[in-house]
Design a protein around this ligand. Sequence first.
Ligand SMILES: Cc1cc2nc3c(=O)[nH]c(=O)nc-3n(C[C@H](O)[C@H](O)[C@H](O)COP(=O)(O)OP(=O)(O)OC[C@H]3O[C@@H](n4cnc5c(N)ncnc54)[C@H](O)[C@@H]3O)c2cc1C
Ligand code: FES
Length: 336
Amino acid sequence: MTIGHQVLLRGTGVRFPCAEGDTLLRAALRAGVGLSYECNSGACGSCRYELLEGEVRTRWTEAPGLSARDRRKGRRLACQSEPVTDCVVDLSAVPEPAPHRPIRQAAQLREVRHLTHDMAEFVFTAEKHAAFSAGQYAMLALPGGVERAYSMSNLGNCSREWKFVVKRSPDGQATSILFDSMDLGAAIELDGPYGQAYFRAGDDRDIVCVAGGSGLGAMVSVVLGAAAQADASERTVHLFCGGRAPRDLHIPEAMAMAERRLRALHVHTAVSEPGAADSGSHQGFVHEAVVAELGDEVPEFTYYAAGPPAMTDALARALVLDGGLAADRLHFDRFS
Ligand SMILES: Cc1cc2nc3c(=O)[nH]c(=O)nc-3n(C[C@H](O)[C@H](O)[C@H](O)COP(=O)(O)OP(=O)(O)OC[C@H]3O[C@@H](n4cnc5c(N)ncnc54)[C@H](O)[C@@H]3O)c2cc1C
Ligand code: FES
C-alpha cells in the first residue's frame, strides 16, 4: 500500500493518513486514532459516520450494518469505506484506543488441530510479530480474496505465532476454504490486532468468560491472559462454554495450566438441545447457566464474552438489564 489520502475528523483537528486501498477505520487505528467499532466486517453498525467532503469507495455495498434509514440519511460505515480523495468526516474519536496498532503482514498455515466435529485450531506463523492483547481478533484474507474476522486463541508472543479456533459454518465461504482447501504452508494476509473486548489487566476483580460455539478461542485467550498476570494466584476465573450438544464442547488442555496459576478456575458447560445434557452440563443456553451458577453474585465480576450475536445479546440482557451489572464491566465484540 502507498500513502494515499488525508482524513480529517470534523471539529477535532484530528487528521490521519489513509493508504490507497485501506479502510477509513483501519487507517485510523493504524495511526493510533481510536474510533468506535466492533466487528470490522460491516455487520454491527457501530462505525457509522457521515462523509462531509471527499469521496470514498464502498467495499460491501449491501453491508447489513446500515439500515434503510441510515442509507436514506447518507450514513456510511468506516469499516467499509476506502477513501479515494482527501476526506472530512463527521465521526468522533474515542479517548482510549487498544494498546496495539494493527499491521498487515503475510502469514503461513503451519498446523491444523481438529477439536470437535466442526471446530479446529488453525496455527499461523506470521512474517513480523504477534503483538496483541488477550481477547482480540485479526482479519484473515484467505486465498481467493475472502476476508473474515477470527479471534486469537493464544497470547501475544515473540514466536510470531497466531492461533485461531474456527467453527465451520454450513456452506460458509471462508470456513470452506480454511477446512477444505488450505494445505499446510498456504499463504494468507493477516491484518491485526483489532477489537475492544481485550483483557483489562488493571481491573483486579474476579472474572467470568462466556463462550458460545465459535467464541471459544477468544475466551481461552482471556483465561490465559488472566493466568499470565503476576497476581494470578489472587484471581478466580469462571469459564462457561455453550453448545447445542456435548459433541460441540471442547475444553482445551491449556486450561489445566491456567488452573495451576490462578486461585481457582471453574469450568462450566451448557448444552441447549432439549434432553442432550450429560451429568456434568447445565441444560439450557449458556447465559442461563451463568445466571443459575452465579445468582446474586452476578454484579461482583467483570465479564468477557464471545460468540454468535444471539448469545452475546441474551447475555447482555440477562446481566445488565436483569442482573444489575454495570454495562462497562461486560466486554464483547459482536461476532456478526
Ligand atoms: C470480531 C469477530 C470475531 C470472530 N471470531 C471468530 C472466531 O474466533 N472463530 C470463528 O469460528 N468465527 C469467528 N467469527 C465469525 C467469522 O468471522 C465468520 O463470520 C464465520 O467463520 C463464517 O464465515 P464464512 O465465510 O464461512 O460464512 P459465510 O456465511 O460465507 O459468511 C459469514 C459472514 O460474512 C459476511 N459477509 C458476507 N459477504 C461479505 C462481503 N462481501 N464482504 C464482507 N463480509 C461479508 C456476512 O456477515 C456473513 O454472515 C468472528 C466474527 C467477528 C465479527
Ligand atoms: S459495521 Fe463497521 S465495525 Fe461493525
